[in-house]
Design a binder for this molecule. Structure first.
Ligand code: THU
Length: 140
């Protein structure tokens, strides 16, 4: 993906940190999920007093898209940090990687891990989840 598009996604993800509901961890995550049709689905983490029901920013974006009938994706950008100030890149948790595995091609799906528009790293899903178990494993 060209740099301008990456930076656009980073800006969208950074804005999403403002909507994150993280009163327990104070770790605010924003996500911007690019569908193959060009639509960008946003997400933020949403915590819960019971802790367990909390949802990560990445999955919020995926579930918004899938719930609207969109299942083809090319990239996601993730930004996160304590008190909305990313000190380092925030890599997706294992559960979110598995959700990506369900809907994305591990060889081509790009994960942009960003601190800001100038400091980021682009990874493929197969790098973050080697030998992942996906829908293909259940095929006859
Ligand atoms: N979190 C995300 O939203 N995405 C990640 O990639 C890692 C962690 C959230 C979950 C929780 O609300 C907070 O960050 C601290 O773990």
């Amino acid at each position: 993906m060209e740099k301008a598009k990456i930076q656009e996604l980073i800006q969208v993800a950074m804005k999403q940190m403002d909507y994150a509901y993280a009163p327990y961890s104070h770790f605010y995550v924003g996500a911007a999920l690019l569908a193959k049709n060009g639509t960008v689905y946003t997400g933020c983490n949403i915590e819960n007093a019971a802790y367990g029901p909390s949802n990560c920013g990445e999955r919020t974006a995926f579930f918004k898209a899938v719930s609207e009938g969109v299942r083809d994706f090319s990239a996601i950008c993730v930004v996160g940090g304590k008190d909305k100030k990313p000190a380092r890149i925030a890599a997706p948790c294992g559960v979110c990687r598995q959700v990506m595995m369900e809907f994305c091609d591990p060889k081509t799906f790009e994960i942009i891990l960003a601190m800001d528009t100038e400091h980021y790293q682009v990874m493929r899903l197969e790098e973050l989840l080697p030998m992942g178990f996906g829908p293909d494993n259940l095929a006859d």
